[in-house]
Design a protein around this ligand. Structure first.
Ligand code: SIN
Length: 334
């Protein structure tokens, strides 16, 4: 007899290392997304005492291959589940490599309050000491928690809770690979209990002006990232400026680059390409007109967003406007 006091949580699986399998447990090599969602759920002790689970396999990809098509499927499915009164919360299992991008994208297009938690693992499901089962246990507990409502998508990894806008994968290995460098963790999980340290006071969910429909109607505007470094020339930027609608500079320091690169970006901006300056440093805030004259060059300052998140916001912004001042407004607020 099902326990009516337990929440019902939808688990949407997309692949990743959390569903990864090795040929042998001592091997470093593995295939991400090899195992189906039922296998992941069966490996979590005590899950049945936390929630009733409704599982769906949305995709089975390593998250380096996450795509606009899967994002669209995921966003539509989450939207439908948010409107289904029999569902209390939603968990998305995801590869860790682009988890922060999917979380941020969903924070801007899902205009609902229901708890939504993204989770992954750094060790494959078949590895000794796999972190997936503990992370998934925490994710289901968090998705069933009333305090998780209205905060936008949350990411839970290694007992830490992160807001979608803040979270970054900061290491390529090790179970402690996620952090929120600018504003800090949202909270922590202690067994099945969530403890929040802060509110999410950045724009997300119902306050967002962005929609999947507008993005699809605009054909997912192409935005590319150019990584700055010593000696960066103009040719890559000149090449992109005839192909992309937006370019994000992963700039040195405060979103800066060589004179040659900045001049090429200024030419691109004059040709109608939206140019956003972000920082490759991993934290901090890129403001307007500090070392670079954004007003003269027609650039947009990327604020606190990492280059990969600036790329997503610019893509969504370009679905609504081409105007650099309006786009700057999005970067100031989101
Ligand atoms: C992936 O992102 O799918 C592979 C890496 C991981 O999940 O940790």
């Amino acid at each position: 007899m099902p326990d009516a006091r337990l929440p019902t949580i939808a688990v949407l699986a997309t692949g990743g290392t959390i569903a990864g399998a090795q040929a042998e447990s001592a091997s470093h090599a593995y295939r991400a997304g090899a195992l189906a969602v039922g296998h992941l759920l069966d490996a979590v002790p005590g899950l049945g005492q936390l929630a009733h689970i409704q599982a769906e396999q949305v995709a089975s990809v390593g998250s380096q291959n996450m795509s606009h098509a899967v994002w669209a499927d995921l966003a539509q499915r989450i939207d439908a589940l948010c409107s289904d009164p029999s569902i209390d919360g939603i968990v998305v299992t995801h590869g860790t490599d682009t988890l922060e991008e999917t979380a941020y994208f969903l924070s801007l297009v899902i205009r609902q309050d229901k708890p939504l938690v993204l989770v992954g693992a750094m060790r494959p499901a078949t590895a000794p000491g796999a972190d997936g089962p503990a992370n998934l246990y925490h994710a289901v507990a968090l998705a069933g928690c009333a305090a998780a409502r209205g905060r936008g998508p949350l990411v839970v990894m290694n007992e830490d809770i992160h807001y979608a806008r803040e979270v970054q994968k900061i290491a390529c290995a090790g179970i402690n690979a996620f952090a929120s460098p600018n504003r800090g963790r949202a909270g922590v999980m202690r067994s099945a209990q969530a403890c929040f340290f802060s509110r999410n006071d950045t724009v997300h969910g119902r306050a967002s002006v962005f929609t999947l429909q507008a993005l699809q109607a605009a054909g997912w505007p192409r935005v590319e990232v150019v990584h700055a470094g010593v000696g960066l020339g103009a040719d890559l930027i000149d090449f992109l400026s005839s192909r992309a609608r937006g370019i994000v500079l992963a700039g040195v320091g405060d979103g800066n680059a060589t004179n040659a690169a900045l001049q090429a970006l200024q030419r691109a901006a004059a040709d109608g390409v939206a140019v956003v300056r972000a920082s490759r440093t991993g934290s901090g805030r890129v403001g307007r007109n500090i070392e670079v004259d954004d007003d003269a060059a027609g650039f947009i300052a990327g604020g606190e967003l990492s280059p990969q998140k600036a790329r997503i916001l610019l893509m969504l912004g370009l679905a609504l406007t081409q105007d650099p001042a309006e786009l700057q407004g999005f970067f100031d607020r989101y």
